[in-house]
Design a binder for this molecule. Structure first.
Ligand code: IPE
Ligand code: MG
Length: 240
C-alpha cells in the first residue's frame, strides 16, 4: 500500500459544462469552481497534504473568448483580495507559477502580496498555475542552463535531471504523487510535465464545481490502494 500522498496536483476541469447544464452564464461555473477550490484547500490542510498544485489557467486558455478571460481574471482578483488573510490564517504558504505577461497589474501585485505575506508559513504549500504551460517551463529551464554555461558557471557534462529540475520556474514543486483531473477528461493538458512523470492519475467524472472533499478522500483512497513501481519490479512507497 502506498504512503499518504504528500503532493497532489489538480486539473480543475468542467466549470463551463457545469454552468451550461444549468443554463447559467459561463462565469457562474467559474465562480462555483472557486467555491469548490476553497473547500478542497481546507480539506487538504485538515488531512495533512504537504503540497497542493492547482491548474487555474493555462497558456492555451489565453485563446478563449476575451469576455470569458476577463471574467476569470476578475474572479482571480476577487479570490486573492478576499482570501489572502484566510490563507495566512490557515498557515498556508502561497506561490504562483506561470507567465504573468498578460495578467493585469492588479493581479500581479496581489499575487506578490500573497506570496510575501505567507512566505514563512509552514502549513500546506499551495501553488497556483496561472498562464502556465509545462512545455514553456522546460524551455525556461533550458534557457537558464544555457546562460549558466555561457557565463562559465556550469559545464555541459555536469547537467543532470536535477539541473533541469532546479532551473524550472516550478522548481519548488515536488514530484506529484497524485494527479486528479475532473470532468472525465483523460489528459495532462500541459500541466506540470516534469513533476507528473510518475504520478498516479485519478480521473473523476464529476465536473469541478461538484467535486467536494469527499471526492478528494475517494481519490486518495484509490491512490492508497495502488502499487507504485516507478518502472522497476519492486513496489516503492517512497518518493523518487
Ligand atoms: C476549467 O473549466 C477552468 C479553466 C480552464 C479556467 P473549463 O472552463 O475548462 O470548463 P469546460 O471544460 O469547458 O466545461
Ligand atoms: Mg475544460
Amino acid at each position: 500500500m502506498n504512503r499518504f500522498p504528500k503532493t497532489i496536483g489538480i486539473i480543475m476541469d468542467g466549470n463551463r459544462r457545469w454552468a451550461k447544464n444549468r443554463n447559467l452564464p459561463i462565469i457562474s461555473g467559474h465562480r462555483a469552481g472557486v467555491k469548490s477550490l476553497k473547500k478542497i484547500v481546507v480539506r487538504c490542510c485538515e488531512i495533512g497534504v504537504k503540497e497542493l498544485n492547482i491548474f487555474a489557467f493555462s497558456t492555451e486558455n489565453w485563446n478563449r473568448d476575451p469576455f470569458e478571460i476577463s471574467g476569470i481574471m476578475n474572479l482571480i482578483e476577487w479570490y486573492l483580495k478576499s482570501e489572502i488573510a484566510e490563507l495566512n490564517k490557515q498557515n498556508i504558504c502561497f506561490k504562483s507559477i506561470g507567465n504573468k505577461h498578460n495578467v493585469k497589474n492588479g493581479i500581479r501585485n496581489l499575487l506578490k502580496r500573497a506570496e510575501k505575506i505567507t512566505f514563512n508559513n509552514t502549513g500546506l504549500k499551495l501553488s497556483v498555475a496561472l498562464g502556465y504551460g509545462g512545455k514553456q517551463d522546460i524551455v525556461f529551464s533550458t534557457k537558464k542552463i544555457v546562460d549558466k554555461i555561457i557565463r562559465g558557471e556550469l559545464y555541459k557534462e555536469e547537467i543532470t535531471e536535477k539541473t533541469v529540475q532546479q532551473n524550472l520556474q516550478s522548481s519548488h514543486i515536488s514530484n506529484i504523487d497524485l494527479l486528479i483531473r475532473t470532468s472525465g477528461e483523460q489528459r495532462i493538458s500541459n500541466f506540470l510535465l516534469w513533476q507528473v512523470a510518475y504520478s498516479e492519475i485519478y480521473i473523476s467524472e464529476k465536473l469541478w464545481p461538484d467535486f467536494n472533499p469527499l471526492d478528494l478522500d475517494y481519490a486518495i483512497s484509490s491512490y492508497l490502494s495502488r502499487e507504485r513501481r516507478f518502472g522497476t519490479s519492486n513496489i516503492i512507497n517512497n518518493d523518487i
